[in-house]
Write a protein that binds this ligand. Structure first.
Ligand SMILES: [Zn+2]
Length: 475
């Protein structure tokens, strides 16, 4: 296996990836809070996870991928304030919490399917009986290990018990607590402002919370952070290779997971933390009030294939902000279609079986293994497609291999194009193609060439293959 380097948010450095087991990788990705629509910002994050997973598989690792579904406990503010997002969603759409949860979970995975995102090996709902029991058991450990304390409103994690709460931040703990003391007034039930709820009682603001369970401390529901610690460790064990999320999780959610993991196990659990940057629209944060809030359905209804959107995302490194505009998507559409046409023509020229070109394959792997540099990997692909010293068949086979990482569905697009080509031909073109077929059979190459020119002048390109003529529209 060749060396793979990835940027670890903990050390803020690109590090050589050394998995715990030599041939497999355990990977946990924070899942979706299923209270509203999946938007294109979510898609960027989960396509980013998918690229990491595909790149690991390309390197020969078996990836054991676990993801949670957040269907309880994620409050409107990540720092334990406001109501549960699930309750808010249910009220907004006049549905029950269960209905809202199933509806948006379904929408999320159907969106991911359309984006060609490989489904995780295990998806676990936070509110499932199994997970709730496991979360309670972890909270019991935290209380027993004196990392957690019980208050009037719930069970809280005491961040001051840790030598370094929030290892992503350079601030020292003293400074973090300093800030929190000033904020104590707003959190009368906490010892430190950064302390967070791991179990919330069904009282006060949450007196009418729909989902609640018995616990050794009282009737209530789990906090958002404990579900990720619990679901990751329950399925992947106390040592996990990679944990991913959005950069918005660097502030609260992931430091809290690390804190809990330490309190439960007495050691760090995750080796590499990876964070995806945001998507902006027209350079601004996406929001309904700015009228720049889009879902995949919006992208599709404007005539763009989901794979065009995926291609668009590959052009920006996952740690960079992706600026989405309809113009940039149109540019991606153009490039993607040229790519498919190119591949279609290479496929047309395939009289022999192609072989993977080692030089380009090495360059591709070098790009991918340099912290998943997809813009560079795309550049390698285009360089290969332009390199006429490599045979068409080899170019085709090599790009198909690259697509195991890109996930652009190239093979089926090219096949569908070949199916649609002959069906879509207008009568006039069909007649010319048939006459040319006859001329070729008769060995009348001059007539065949004249007919080819005539077909080209009418906006179609004819290409001779071992399987006969194939025709594509060029204008
Ligand atoms: Zn999480």
């Amino acid at each position: 296996m060749s060396d793979l380097y990835l940027y670890n948010s903990l050390t803020k450095k690109k590090e050589l990836f050394v998995p715990i087991k030599s041939d497999s990788v355990s990977m946990y990705t924070c899942g979706f809070t299923v209270y509203d629509h999946t938007h294109i910002g979510h898609i960027k994050k989960y396509v980013g996870d998918d690229l990491v997973k595909r790149a690991l598989q390309f390197n020969g690792y078996k990836v054991n991928h676990v993801q949670n579904v957040t269907d309880v406990g994620h409050l409107v503010s990540d720092s334990d304030e406001g109501e549960d997002k699930m309750e808010k969603g249910a009220r907004k759409y006049n549905l029950t919490v269960e209905e809202i949860s199933r509806k948006y979970e379904k929408e999320f995975y159907s969106t991911m399917d359309k984006m060609n995102v490989i489904r995780p090996n295990i998806v676990e709902r936070a509110a499932s009986d199994k997970s709730i029991a496991e979360q309670i058991s972890n909270i019991e450990k935290l209380v027993a290990n004196e990392y957690a304390y019980v208050t009037e409103l719930g069970v809280y994690f005491n961040v001051a018990k840790l030598p370094n709460y929030n290892p992503f931040s350079n601030q020292n703990l003293e400074d973090k607590l300093q800030g929190s003391r000033e904020g104590l007034i707003t959190h009368p039930n906490k010892k430190n402002n950064a302390d967070f709820a791991i179990w919330v009682f069904r009282k006060g603001d949450h007196a009418n919370h729909t989902m609640h369970w018995d616990s050794p401390w009282g009737d209530g529901f789990p906090g958002w952070h404990i579900e990720c610690s619990t679901i990751s460790m329950a399925n992947l064990g106390e040592r996990i290779d990679i944990h991913t999320g959005g950069i918005d999780h660097l502030e609260i959610h992931h430091p809290n997971e690390i804190a809990q993991n330490y309190g439960i196990c007495g050691h760090d659990v995750v080796q590499y933390w990876m964070h995806h940057n945001f998507l902006t629209v027209d350079g601004k944060k996406m929001s309904k009030s700015l009228n720049n809030f889009y879902t995949l359905e919006d992208v599709i209804s404007k005539g763009f294939d989901p794979m065009v959107f995926r291609y668009h995302m590959l052009g920006t490194h996952y740690r960079q902000q992706l600026n989405f505009t309809w113009e940039s998507l149109a540019g991606a559409d153009n490039a993607y279609n040229i790519l498919i046409d190119n591949l279609f023509l290479e496929k047309g020229r395939m009289d022999e079986n192609g072989e993977i070109n080692i030089d380009y394959s090495d360059k591709f792997l070098e790009a991918i293994n340099n912290d998943f540099n997809t813009p560079q990997a795309l550049a390698v692909m285009w360089e290969l497609l332009r390199d006429k010293k490599v045979s068409g068949a080899d170019r085709f086979v090599t790009v198909m291999k690259f697509d195991e990482v890109f996930g652009l569905n190239l093979k089926s697009k090219v096949e569908n194009l070949s199916k649609s080509v002959n069906i879509a031909l207008p009568e006039e073109i069909k007649v010319l193609v048939e006459s040319r077929e006859k001329a070729r059979k008769d060995g009348d190459w001059k007539k065949s060439d004249t007919l080819r020119d005539e077909i080209t002048s009418k906006g179609y390109l004819v290409n001779d293959t071992s399987g006969g003529q194939v025709v594509v529209r060029i204008s």
